[in-house]
Design a protein around this ligand. Structure first.
Ligand code: G6P
Length: 367
């Protein structure tokens, strides 16, 4: 497979910009966008019958799974256990025979994820895998494959595979919600219609690149960054921190905003910018209180929000990135883009090897 960078400086940049298209392809694989229903597709799980879902994965794929947990539990009322695969494989978890096991892996070759899959196979669970490489070992050893249609991902730091994993997880959550009778036809239609807007909204968000590039210049002067978010923005905060540390080598941590008082607040000073991911949703005000706590300690805030959030926030920020208004289920896909761009442009300013960051491998096939 020959892939080139086209007019982009790095594969990562190209892959960031491909997202509206590949997310659109992936969603169309699972959802009948015209009729507003989840398609009939093969699944190893009977979503109407299973009582739990055990998800394991590594790295960025794990963080996609964590967002999936919020969706399966919220929309389908399906409890999810989610683990880092290297923990899952050794932690001797009791697994109910009525559960399904779901593995997420871009490459389909990650050693710990594969070992977790084999463990669940021994336990007799039905096995599904969200993979980007259809010919991979994890795909082969699964009972059913949910492909991401991201195309080959070359940059070591995952971008488009992540948003495609989110697209699959959101689609599966809608499917499960319908199968379990937790949403009616109208609600299913509404969720599918909302998801179908993701590519357009992602496209609009990519237009923020100039502002984010300027901000990245400032960010490249710091040694530590804290990312905060609540609900699905908590895993996204961890993903923002992971992207930043992987390619710019700036130390970054992602925290649940509500945990601020339980530790990271001790680190706040003007030397550690705090990036807050907070769309104007039902818990926005809670996050505003956290920002006030940061501001009161001289912390500099970078707020990623929508127009309403920007209008309702009462704190001074170093910068506010205003993304389009998005429905709740689409937010994680759209808010992924500014955090990816911020990591990307910061790394470019630092002059690091963006596509091949030091010490990291695209696919970790040894334990
Ligand atoms: C490596 C890559 C990450 C990726 C992780 C899991 O750490 O650098 O980008 O998220 O492996 O890989 P997988 O192929 O299983 O998704």
């Amino acid at each position: 497979y020959l892939v080139d960078k086209g007019n982009y400086r790095h594969f990562m940049e190209k892959e960031i910009y491909e997202q509206p298209e590949v997310v659109s392809h992936t969603l169309a694989h699972y959802l009948d966008l015209a009729n507003g229903v989840a398609k009939e597709f093969d699944t190893p799980f009977d979503f109407g019958k299973i009582d739990r879902l055990a998800i394991s994965a590594c790295g960025t794929a794990y963080l996609a799974g964590l967002i999936g947990k919020y969706w399966f539990e919220r929309y389908a009322r399906l409890p999810v256990d989610i683990d880092i695969a290297s923990e899952f494989r050794y932690r001797e978890m009791p697994l109910s025979k009525e559960s399904g096991a779901l593995f997420i892996s871009q490459s389909g070759e990650t050693a710990d994820t594969l070992a977790s899959l084999r463990y669940c196979r021994q336990e007799g669970l039905p096995i599904g895998a969200i993979v980007n490489v259809r010919e991979s070992t994890i795909a082969r050893e699964s009972d059913g494959v949910f492909p991401t249609l991201a195309g080959p991902e070359i940059g070591v730091a995952s971008t488009k595979a992540f948003t495609c994993q989110l697209s699959v997880l959101a689609s599966l959550a809608v499917k499960a919600a319908a199968a379990r009778g937790k949403i009616d036809k109208d609600q299913e239609k509404r969720l599918v219609r909302q998801l179908s807007e993701a590519p357009k909204l992602a496209n609009q968000t990519l237009k923020l690149s100039d502002q984010i590039e300027k901000l990245a210049r400032d960010l490249s002067h710091y040694k530590h960054v804290l990312y905060l978010g609540r609900d699905t923005n908590f895993p996204l905060a961890m993903e923002g921190a992971l992207k930043l540390k992987e390619i710019s080598y700036i130390h970054a941590e992602g925290y649940a905003a509500g945990e601020l008082k339980h530790g990271p607040i001790a680190l706040i000073d003007e030397q550690m910018p705090v990036i807050v991911i907070a769309p104007y949703d039902r818990i926005f005000d809670k996050t505003v209180s956290n920002m006030q706590e940061v501001a009161a300690r001289g912390g500099k805030i970078i707020l990623i929000t929508d127009a309403k959030g920007a209008a309702h926030s009462t704190v001074d920020t170093l910068d506010t990135i205003v993304v389009p208004d998005v429905p709740e289920i689409v937010a994680p896909i759209v808010y992924s883009l500014p955090i990816q761009m911020l990591a990307y442009y910061t790394a470019v300013f630092m002059g690091t090897d963006v596509d091949q960051p030091r010490n990291l491998a695209k696919s970790v096939t040894v334990e």
